[in-house]
Design a binder for this molecule. Structure first.
Ligand code: PEP
Ligand code: MG
Length: 916
């Protein structure tokens, strides 16, 4: 038997179903489902779909069709004629058809459509008689000629006219001229004679320009249309779109040929689009608009303001217009009942297109409707309660990016489209923010204190900028990468931040910044989109983050029921710990001790930390540590308490020293006074601390090895805080983590210190045991490779993928802004490895680390605390390699909960790793 190339639908029957999406395309599959499924059998104008396989074979066979195709199309057309009660090409009551594309995955506006196919000089009188309007028939003819000439005779024929000389432009000019001659403004005011003349002029022009006559023959029009749609699959626009959206080129499109119905035959006809639920907020209410006496394209074109279908869909723009519910309650009721059936059938919000021809309702399309973040979350949560979908389905209904929309204010997308984009950098802290620009941290604080909204623009930031960063709405830097200081700090605070914009040139003297051709001065407004990394001149309107968290919480609970990875947070103050708990964090995976001095009122401890850093010998350092001790202990205690029974991983201090040595003269003077030495002497000490590569210098465990008293002080603070809280019947689980380890010997040495302090604390508090764990970060390739040895000493591993990426690639985290954008633009690297784990390379180190670590300690607890811990693709990888938890900044915790649930479902784990 010949292969089936054509699938009929209509009159309560269909050859295909929604399941045949790959073969029939999204549109064709849904038309078949709506027309033929026993639960639906909706009033769909009859038609047929030519399969995507035909498209594939068309390209494989030098644009020739399978021999059986013609016969199958003819047979299907006969069935369409019989359901529609009209004949294609018949002069008395002609059937007209539309010819449309329809790929597996929606490619809006990228391929072609031709309407009114079958209209010719001969069939015009029949159509005119049927609707009692010759004008209507000629208007339809004019539209057909334009579309056909443009799509079939020019584009599909491979003609590439010069800019502004295309046939459509030329025909549109004739239309303008006709309106001018007739003295009218709108197309709809042209009389029948004007249109007749126009159609004649069109044909002459087409012949002149394209050297071919418009085919006044239904059969030729039909096949011309079909071929043009198949050809449009490989049109420039379509290819470019597929490249961006990663749609395979070998899929091909289907072609849908469907009986035309008209919404523009008079006051009793209309056309509209609707959503079975509100796509803007997810409310379970029917939402849509329609236009009387119009065709589908008129609704989209925005020539007239569409009217609301019901009072729920009314807005300030359209509330003066009559609703469909009032205008034609019978049709509205029918549409409402279709809405209910479609939702029940598809178990999802549907976007539908309908036409009313002379009072009769037709369904032209339905598909799963696009929605924003708040709507996606609410619909998913609601549909589980309504038992429309399972929890597993709900988890797949929301993307991490949609969830992000709920957590930060965003720039109004419509305004953003129109705005003047100044530049682009790395999207370090999501959400949108506007503010007046300032160039120093001090100015940011000053302006903020005057009640101004500011954006701090810097070359890069360091710990001396934290006050100004805190006072700013957002931060924009010329240098740095996704794990640079500015990025880490901003993300931790949930602040909008863009880093690594090499085009930014700041002039501190004139207080101006030049970005490309634009120069802005201090106080000028700019707006940042920290999710995309783009920024704009002026103040753009924002859409506030949703404050209504009911649906978000419901939805995240659903996610929690599916995930196996624990989700922890990176936080170092009790306030952040509380915030993270509210977002659902199940512990702290990284408490960066040195960052605890970034919070409010931290001038004093930060000063003492610096004093410790510049101490000249052990005695002086011990003195400084003694002063620092109460601050560290109280913060640790507060954080343990806030985590309320969840574990907290305290990382031993890891300051790349260059970040913490003060630079400002005032600060240096104060420090010198406090140490009782001259400024000159202090400067000598700080310059002796200078390192060429501080990120690979005297940091992390190396500090703890050379200055054991630093480790001692921190371990004492952790253990004493633990005992004191335990005595108050609080549940606390401290984990001591050693950073920047490259050899197991480093860990052994630190372990000795921990043991010693442990005994001292037990003695001091007269306790026999203090529960804690000792583990290490795996952030140096050598540590990953020797993980088996390290695991003999460590009870847990936490992958520090920021440094692991830095050391694995040999890319400085703080200096990638200079070359990484170029790498990505030119496809040298597929994406920023500091944003998403480089699975091919760094991923191998992680896999090796996990495997070798567990080879010597089967129950080794393993997590990740680099910035990748909040990135969905990286979370999926963590699931695959069998980690126990991910840890990310507080504002990314909800996204990590969703991503972990999606990862668990996608990678059915071989064993359940995590216990909650
Ligand atoms: C890391 O390197 O991944 C990490 C978490 O540590 P930091 O970013 O503080 O160096
Ligand atoms: Mg690190």
């Amino acid at each position: 038997m010949a292969k089936k190339h054509v699938y009929f639908f209509g009159g309560g029957k269909a050859d295909g179903t929604a399941k045949l999406r790959n073969l029939l395309g999204g549109k064709g599959a849904n038309l078949a489902e709506m027309a033929g499924h026993k639960n639906l059998r909706l009033p769909v104008p009859a038609g047929f779909t030519i399969t995507t396989d035909v498209c594939v074979s068309f390209y494989e066979n030098k644009k020739k069709y399978p021999v059986e195709l013609k016969g199958q199309v003819n047979a299907a057309m006969k069935k369409v004629e019989s359901v529609m009660g009209k004949k294609f090409g018949n002069v008395k009551d002609p059937l007209l058809v539309s010819v449309r594309s329809g790929a597996r995955s929606s490619m809006p506006g990228m391929m072609e459509t031709i309407l009114n196919v079958g209209l010719t000089e001969k069939t015009i009188p029949g159509l005119a008689a049927k609707f009692g309007s010759e004008r209507f028939a000629y208007d339809a003819y004019r539209r057909l000629i334009t579309m056909y000439a443009d799509v079939v005779m020019e584009k599909s024929a491979g003609i590439e006219p010069e800019e502004g000389k295309g046939i459509r432009v030329q025909l549109d000019k004739l239309l303008e001229k006709a309106k001018e001659n007739a003295g009218v403004e709108n197309d709809s005011d042209l009389e029948v004679d004007d249109l007749k003349e126009l159609c004649a002029l069109y044909k002459v022009r087409i012949k002149d320009v394209l050297k071919n006559a418009f085919p006044d023959d239904p059969e030729k029009q039909l096949w011309g249309g079909i071929t043009a749609v198949f050809s449009s699959w490989n049109g420039k626009r379509a290819i470019a779109y597929r490249n961006i959206e990663n749609i395979p080129h070998e899929w091909g499109t289907a072609v849908n040929v469907q009986g035309m119905v008209f919404g523009n035959t008079g006051a009793n006809s209309s056309t509209g689009v609707a959503f079975t639920r509100n796509p803007g907020n997810g409310e379970n209410k029917f939402y849509g608009e329609y236009l009387v006496n119009a065709q589908g394209e008129d609704v989209v074109a925005g020539i007239r303001t569409p009217a609301p279908i019901n009072s729920y869909s009314q807005s300030d723009n359209n509330k003066h217009l009559l609703t469909l519910q009032k205008e034609n309650s019978k049709v509205y009721k029918e549409l409402e009942s279709i809405r209910a059936r479609l939702e029940k059938h598809y178990n999802d919000m549907q976007d539908i297109e309908f036409t009313v021809e002379e009072g009769k309702l037709y369904m032209l399309q339905c598909r799963s409707g696009k929605r924003n973040g708040p709507a996606a979350v609410r619909m998913a949560a609601d549909m589980v309660k309504e038992k429309l979908i399972t929890k597993v389905e709900a988890i797949g209904r929301v993307t991490p990016a949609q969830l992000d929309e709920l957590l930060h204010p965003i720039i109004d997308p419509l305004e953003e489209k129109k705005a003047n984009c100044l530049g682009k950098g790395l999207p370090a802290g999501p959400g949108g923010a506007s503010g007046q620009i300032v160039f120093t941290s001090d100015e940011a604080v000053k302006w903020f204190n005057k009640g101004k909204q500011v954006i701090l623009v810097r070359e890069e930031t360091n710990p001396e900028d934290v006050e100004g960063m805190r006072a700013s709405e957002a931060i924009l830097t010329a240098r740095g990468g996704m794990t640079s200081h500015a990025a880490l700090v901003a993300r931790g605070w949930g602040k909008c931040c863009i880093v690594g914009c090499p085009d930014i040139d700041i002039n501190f003297l004139t207080k101006t910044v030049t970005i490309g051709k634009t120069t802005l001065k201090e106080g000028d407004w700019i707006t940042l989109n920290g999710t995309k990394g783009t920024f704009y001149t002026n103040r753009l309107p924002m859409i506030e983050a949703s404050t209504e968290n009911k649906y978000l919480n419901e939805f995240l609970k659903i996610c929690d029921s599916a995930r196996t990875l624990n989700v922890r947070t990176n936080a170092e103050t009790p306030e952040d710990a509380h915030k993270a708990r509210a977002f659902g964090a199940e512990g702290i995976g990284l408490f960066r001790t040195e960052h605890m001095f970034y919070g409010k009122n931290c001038e004093e401890p930060l000063f003492k930390l610096r004093k410790m850093i510049v101490s000249k010998d052990e005695a002086e350092r011990r003195e400084a540590l003694k002063e620092l001790y109460p601050h560290v202990k109280s913060d640790i205690k507060g954080t343990l308490k806030a985590m309320d029974g969840f574990p907290v991983t305290f990382r031993m201090i890891d300051p790349p020293l260059h970040e913490f040595v003060p630079q400002k003269k005032e600060a240096l003077k104060d420090l010198a006074n406090s140490l009782g030495i001259s400024l000159e002497d202090l400067q000598k000490r700080t310059s002796s601390l200078h390192e060429s590569n501080p990120m690979m210098g005297h940091r992390g465990v190396r500090l703890g090895i050379t200055f054991p008293e630093i480790t001692e002080m921190q371990v004492r603070a952790i253990l004493e805080a633990t005992v004191e809280l335990t005595k108050l019947k609080k549940k606390v689980f401290p984990e001591i983590m050693i950073p920047v380890l490259c050899s197991v010997n480093e860990l052994k040495a630190q372990k000795e210190i921990v043991k010693k302090v442990y005994e001292e604390v037990c003695k001091k508090y007269k306790v026999k045991k203090i529960a804690y764990m000792l583990g290490t970060m795996i952030e140096i390739p050598r540590a990953a490779l020797t993980a088996d040895k390290i695991a003999e000493e460590a009870e847990f591993f936490s992958f520090g993928t920021n440094d692991l990426t830095q050391m694995g690639f040999g890319f400085s985290r703080d200096d990638i802004g200079g070359f990484l954008p170029h790498y990505i633009e030119h496809d040298v690297l597929p994406e920023d490895p500091f944003q998403s784990i480089d699975i091919d390379g760094i991923g191998q180190l992680i896999e090796i680390g996990v495997k070798r670590g567990r080879s010597t300690r089967a129950k080794l607890k393993i997590g990740i605390c680099g910035e990748h811990g909040g990135d969905p693709a990286s979370i999926d990888f963590c699931q695959k390699v069998g980690m126990d938890y991910v840890s990310c900044s507080p504002y990314r915790v909800p996204i990590a909960r969703l991503a972990a649930a999606q990862a668990a479902l996608a990678n059915k784990p071989t064993k359940k790793i995590a216990k909650r």
